[in-house]
Structure formats: structure tokens, C-alpha cells
Design a protein around this ligand. Structure first.
Ligand SMILES: [Zn+2]
Length: 335
């Protein structure tokens, strides 16, 4: 049975992005696969009054079951309201790789989908993305497209080499496809090992010149950054201290993300940092208490750590904190 996201209390990304572009902040897109991650995202965003995009990859759908996920999203909206909050929550498909998957997600209550045709030849990317937009827009569902390829590994998405977005393509692509937002490649990368650097060396800076060129050609158009975790050193240190081996893991500095959030970038994807926060907390509990076997005793602290991370990102990096209620009021006024 198909369901519309509106019946679940979710919103699409349209007003979020308008406000983010104007307000010089970025909306966080956090991935989830299980209960504790979803609880932490809702808590962290409610406590900072931040709009939020809940992201599910194809891998998450395979892991958690799509019907289960739909009810979890419904539960998340109810939980947010019971907390006395009114933040906008979107449910977004991360890296949709086919038209059929996007349709299935829209029928299952998603308010936004990404169709990732970035590894296809340009004309095929345009055709596929346009086809998804044609199905999504009559349902009031937002669509994210991508130009340029990010390196790194994220669930099924894996590329050895990146290639930067070509700014000369962005006007034609957005015009011909009708997408609502565009993911671009300016040097971010998927996963926890984003850059091959020697100890003490800085990873290469993001290509802000490409971002600025895209912005110039598409004034006010929502730009998306994938692979934008900072791979926070305190988590890597904690993981390694309690028996892990993640030497050489490195991400994008928060200073660069702050700069991106102030520009046309209005959606920043954060997945790896959340994974690291939880893994670090779980390793610490199990390292200090080897006899612990109640999942609540290590998943609880992992959830708390994720809440802390999310509040930090919303408040100190993306600048989305404090904009939740205001966006919901704008959405209600537009109805
Ligand atoms: Zn991605």
C-alpha cells in the first residue's frame, strides 16, 4: 500500500533550502540504519531547534526493511512532537541508483530522493534524472541530482578516483532535468579515510573556486556536499585506544565546512562522523567493562555520544540550530 510523506507529517526540502540559502547556513543530512541512530538524530535536532534531513541509503533499506523504516519515520515525527518541538523533518533517499528505486521510495513515504547518475555519461545522467523529476514533482517530492564523482566508499557507492564537477555543465543540467538541488564534487570524499596523507600533513583543501563558479552560474540554487564528515580526531583516538585500528583516518576540516555552509551549500551530508562517534563509545564501554552484555548499556552511551556530535554540528559547524520552528511556520503559511 502506498503512502504519501504528507500523511506521515514529513516535509520536502524546498522551504528548508530557500531559508538555508538566504540565511547562510546548511541543513544537516544524517544517515540512519537503526533505532538508536534515529533517536539520537531527533533528540540532537530537537534540542538545537534544527531542521533535519533523515537519510536512508539503499544499504539501509536492505538492512532495516523498508516497511520498518517507514514506521520508524512516523515514530520519529511523533516523538519530536511529544518533545514539544516543531522542527521540519524530511526523509531522503541517499544515492538512489535507479528510477524504480526512487519510485518505490516515493510510494513508501519519502519526501525527497537523490538520483545519482554521476557515473553515467552526461546525456544519460540528464535523461535519468529528468525521468525521476517527472515522477517526483507531481507528488511534491524534491529531487537531488549529482554532477562530478566523489572518491571513497559509502555502502554500494565506491569510486577509486574522483573527478571534479565541471561548472560549465551545471546550468544546462539543472535546466534540462528540473532538479531541486545539485550535489557537486569539490574534493570531499566518502568514508573515514578520505585522503591519503602522511602523519602531520594536512589533506588538500576543498576547491572553493569550483563552488564559487557554480554559484555564479546558478545564483541562489541549492548546492549539496556529500562526503563531508570531519572524521573527528577525538573519536579516532578513542577507537584506537580501546583496541581499534583506524590509523590514518582523516576528513574535511570543520573550518572548511563552516565556509561552505555560509555559501550556496545548503545540505551537508554527515554519515561517517556518526558511525565513528557510536563505535568509539561502544569500544570504550566494552573495553572498560568486559563483562557487559546488555545492549542498552553500550548502545545507550553510543546514542548519547551521537546526540553530542549532532548538537555540535548543528550549532558550531552548519549553523542550522535555531531555524527549525521558523521553517515550519513558513511551510504552514505557504499551505
Ligand atoms: Zn554520498
Amino acid at each position: 500500500m502506498s503512502v504519501s510523506y504528507k500523511d506521515i507529517g514529513l516535509v520536502n526540502t524546498k522551504v528548508m533550502f530557500q531559508k538555508a540559502v538566504k540565511g547562510g547556513f546548511a541543513v544537516p543530512a544524517y544517515n540512519f540504519n537503526n533505532l538508536e541512530q534515529l533517536q539520537a538524530i531527533i533528540r540532537g535536532c530537537v534540542e538545537t531547534d534544527s531542521p533535519v534531513i533523515l537519510q536512508l541509503s539503499k544499504g539501509a533499506r536492505d538492512y532495516a526493511n523498508q516497511t520498518m523504516l517507514r514506521y520508524m519515520a512516523m515514530g520519529a515525527v511523533q516523538m519530536m512532537r511529544e518533545m514539544g518541538s516543531n522542527i521540519p523533518i524530511a526523509l531522503h533517499l541517499d544515492h538512489g541508483d535507479s528510477y524504480d528505486l526512487c519510485v518505490s521510495c516515493i510510494e513508501n513515504g519519502f519526501s525527497s530522493v537523490m538520483i545519482d547518475g554521476s557515473s553515467l555519461p552526461y546525456a544519460e545522467n540528464v535523461a535519468l534524472t529528468h525521468k525521476v523529476v517527472d515522477y517526483a514533482h507531481p507528488c511534491d517530492v524534491s529531487v537531488e541530482g549529482e554532477l562530478g564523482v566523489l572518491a571513497g566508499i559509502e555502502d554500494e557507492v565506491s569510486h577509486e578516483r574522483s573527478h571534479y564537477t565541471r561548472p560549465e555543465e551545471v546550468e544546462d543540467f539543472t535546466k534540462r532535468t528540473g532538479v531541486d538541488s545539485l550535489a557537486i564534487s569539490i574534493g570531499t570524499s566518502h568514508g573515514a579515510f578520505k585522503f591519503k596523507v602522511k602523519p602531520g600533513e594536512q589533506p588538500p583543501p576543498l576547491r572553493f573556486d569550483i563552488l564559487e563558479e557554480c554559484e555564479k552560474r546558478l545564483p541562489g540554487f541549492p548546492i549539496v556536499l556529500h562526503g563531508a564528515s570531519s572524521v573527528m580526531p577525538e573519536y579516532i583516538e578513542m577507537i584506537n585506544r580501546y583496541g581499534g585500528h583506524m590509523e590514518g583516518a582523516v576528513g574535511v576540516s570543520e573550518d572548511q565546512l563552516r565556509r561552505a555552509a555560509r555559501s550556496a551549500v545548503c545540505k551537508i551530508n554527515i554519515d561517517s562522523d556518526g558511525r565513528l562517534a557510536m563505535t568509539a563509545a561502544i569500544r570504550k564501554v566494552l573495553g572498560e567493562k568486559p563483562g557487559e552484555f546488555d545492549p542498552r548499556k553500550y548502545l545507550g552511551p553510543a546514542r548519547d555520544e551521537l546526540v553530542r556530535l549532532i548538537k555540535h554540528k548543528n550549532e558550531a559547524v552548519l549553523g542550522s540550530a535555531g531555524h527549525g520552528r521558523e521553517i515550519m511556520e513558513a511551510i504552514a503559511a505557504a499551505r
